[in-house]
Ligand binder design. Structure first.
Ligand SMILES: [Zn+2]
Length: 395
């Protein structure tokens, strides 16, 4: 057991001005995905890490996207990874923002506002400021704190944390993924199965529709019963699976019976749903049942992309440390929660088999909306909680 005095000294050494300064510098370094690169943000993060006496390295994907890897403390002894993504979703139309999305202004209710304030430049600023606090407090590290500041999380992480895993860098004893969880302790997340459904019909002149088969009509029948593809299951942390028709295309001209209609379908899975064929099967059952009533219906359903759901054990050292750290800083014991979205935590949990928690300041319900907001109090509490987690894991 690490002494309470050591943990407290690390948390107290967090400087709120430094947390804000780091976060603002990161927000100002645009890294929209899609539409840009993480290079500016990688430079800002590397400069901060160099100032903490780390030697940051840039690991590039084949497409050239940068992730920053840096280690503090001795290489021997226990190791802890802290992961955050450098990319943000695009700011979109500036008309929807009341504040400059890249300025990191504080609004009248004490929220830091900006693209990525919550998801997740705030959490990165908090983690870097926590590392700085450990140095200031003179916390005697017996192991290494390894930052994985990754590219490309918002579009499934294939150019970011996945690359770190492929290059053999996810070897730590435990990991914290700092996605905004309102400082609750995240232990599970849903996965995704992206399907393309294609309805085939028969073209005919629009003035004689009875001579053709309308593929859009077939697809409409299918989509109206789409919820039937969901199994009746519920996970205690992430809830139920969902399905969403996301994108549609069909038809060729206003006076032609369409012979083809295509829809991209986003089916979100829960931990335990590990077999793509089993997830696809109810789509085929639905097509079969439609054909019984409407024999002209012809629909093919193809799996385009599969992302595993993930679930970490609550019974690990890092889970206990995270619960203790958040409880000590906020005064209330955090809840165990699940994420409805997909995060890079799955690479640590599923691929690298590293005990992992998802924990960060800020709310995901405000992420991806205009005026992303982060309560400054919660941001600083996040930095103090991280300082305790780092000290508890590495001293
Ligand atoms: Zn995120």
């Amino acid at each position: 057991m690490v002494e309470e005095a050591v943990l407290n000294a690390a948390a107290v050494a967090v400087d709120p001005d430094e947390v804000l300064a780091y976060t603002r510098a990161l927000i100002a370094a645009k890294s929209e995905n899609p539409g840009g690169t993480e290079d500016q943000a990688a430079v800002v993060a590397s400069d901060i890490l160099s100032g903490l006496d780390a030697t940051p390295e840039i690991v590039r994907s084949e497409a050239g996207r940068p992730s920053v890897v840096a280690s503090l403390g001795p290489e021997t002894g226990p190791s802890l990874a802290w992961n955050g993504h450098l990319d943000v979703v695009p700011a979109g139309s500036l008309d929807t923002w009341r504040h400059d999305p890249w300025a990191g202004e504080i609004d009248d209710d004490g929220h830091l506002v900006g693209r990525g304030a919550a998801d997740m430049k705030g959490p990165i600023g908090a983690a870097l400021a926590a590392a700085s606090a450990l140095r200031r407090a003179g916390t005697p590290l017996t192991g290494s704190l390894v930052f994985h500041l990754a590219a490309d999380e918002e579009l499934a992480g294939v150019h970011g944390t996945k690359v770190l895993w492929e290059r053999g860098l996810l070897t730590q004893d435990a990991a914290i993924v700092g996605e905004p969880s309102e400082l609750q302790v995240g232990l599970a997340e849903r996965g995704g199965a992206w399907f393309t459904a294609t309805a085939f019909g028969k073209a005919a002149h629009g003035s004689q529709p009875h001579r053709g088969v309308n593929a859009i009509t077939s697809m409409a029948r299918f989509l109206l019963r789409l919820s039937e593809v969901l199994p009746d299951i519920e996970h205690p942390l992430v809830g139920r699976p969902t399905v969403n028709a996301a994108l549609i295309a069909g038809g060729s001209a206003p006076n032609v019976v369409p012979d083809r209609c295509e829809v991209d379908i986003d089916r979100r899975t829960v931990p335990g749903e590990t077999d793509p064929d089993a997830v696809r099967a109810p789509f085929l059952t639905l097509v079969g049942s439609l054909r019984a009533e409407h024999p002209e219906v012809e629909i093919e359903v193809r799996l385009r992309e599969w992302t595993d759901a993930a679930e970490a054990s609550p019974d690990t050292g890092i889970a206990r440390i995270a619960v203790g750290a958040v409880g000590a800083v906020t005064g209330s014991r955090p809840e165990m929660v699940g994420f409805t979205g997909i995060t890079d935590a799955r690479f640590y949990i599923n691929q690298a088999n590293v005990p992992t928690v998802i924990c960060g300041p800020g709310s995901l319900s405000v992420a991806h909306t205009a005026d992303k907001r982060m309560p400054v109090d919660e941001l600083v509490a996040g930095a103090r909680a991280y300082a305790r987690m780092f000290a508890a894991s590495l001293t």
